[in-house]
Design a binder for this molecule. Structure first.
Ligand SMILES: C[S@@+](CC[C@H](N)C(=O)[O-])C[C@H]1O[C@@H](n2cnc3c(N)ncnc32)[C@H](O)[C@@H]1O
Length: 213
């Protein structure tokens, strides 16, 4: 959890939100015990939030950019329409392998397709149109992912973008560091884009919900 989030408020939110299932708990436990970058996992509140949004939309086609250990893919897949599919892209083979193992255990191997490689190369060859896109990979490419996926998004479709507060660093003046600068530039880029409407939520590390008009 980012330092700028009030721990007591987060604990309270977790206490009064529906518990995640055993499988998701095991993904989180494994990640916290074994991954040096465990803080990147969505975790309970954001995971439940992603699941809820997905259930509300009931998407047929979901794209996730940044699989990590599979936590958010499994959450998002819970809301898929019947015969719906989620495609998730991960550049690191080890993480993709870990995610695939958990996806298999969750019984979601038919619905979730894990692609290994650079999302910028893989997304164009998938040849899909998306109902919901979750952007959660390297921050310096957020604008590139947005510009790549917005034309592939169905009218009325949704983009969710994670870490849009970047550990609170976008709140500093001036904004410093390449990641915080990239996220701040992304937020400005989306806010002035007439093709979309956006709300930036202060959930966890900041999450924007973007609707294509
Ligand atoms: C913040 S983590 C994703 C967390 C995951 N969505 C979750 O909530 O559990 C970002 C992931 O994006 C991956 N990544 C970074 N650059 C990428 C790229 N160009 N293409 C695909 N994946 C990338 C990283 O290896 C990392 O696993």
């Amino acid at each position: 959890m980012a330092d700028f989030i009030l721990k007591t408020a987060n604990d309270y939110a977790e206490q009064f939100s529906t518990n995640v299932d055993e499988l998701l708990q095991s993904v989180e436990d494994f990640t916290l015990q074994h991954h040096p970058k465990a803080h990147m996992i969505s975790g309970k509140i954001q995971g439940k939030f992603l699941e809820t949004i997905s259930r509300m939309i009931a998407p047929k086609k979901v794209l996730e950019i940044g699989t990590f250990t599979g936590y958010s893919a499994i959450c998002l897949a819970k809301g898929l329409a019947q015969n719906g599919e989620l495609h998730t892209v991960e550049i690191r083979e080890d993480d993709a392998r870990t995610a695939s193992g958990f996806i298999e255990k969750a019984g979601l191997a038919q619905q979730i397709k894990v692609h290994v490689g650079n999302a910028m190369d893989i997304i164009p060859i998938l040849g899909e149109n998306w109902d919901l896109v979750f952007i959660d990979a390297d921050k310096v490419n957020y604008i590139a992912y947005y510009e790549l996926t917005l034309p592939l998004l169905k009218k009325g479709g949704w983009i969710l973008a994670d870490n849009v507060l970047f550990h609170g660093q976008v709140l500093e003046n001036p904004v410093k560091g390449k990641n915080a600068e990239a996220v701040d530039a992304f937020n400005k880029h989306v806010a002035k884009d007439p093709r979309v409407e956006v709300v930036l939520l202060t959930v966890r590390d900041g999450l924007s919900i973007i609707r294509k008009k």
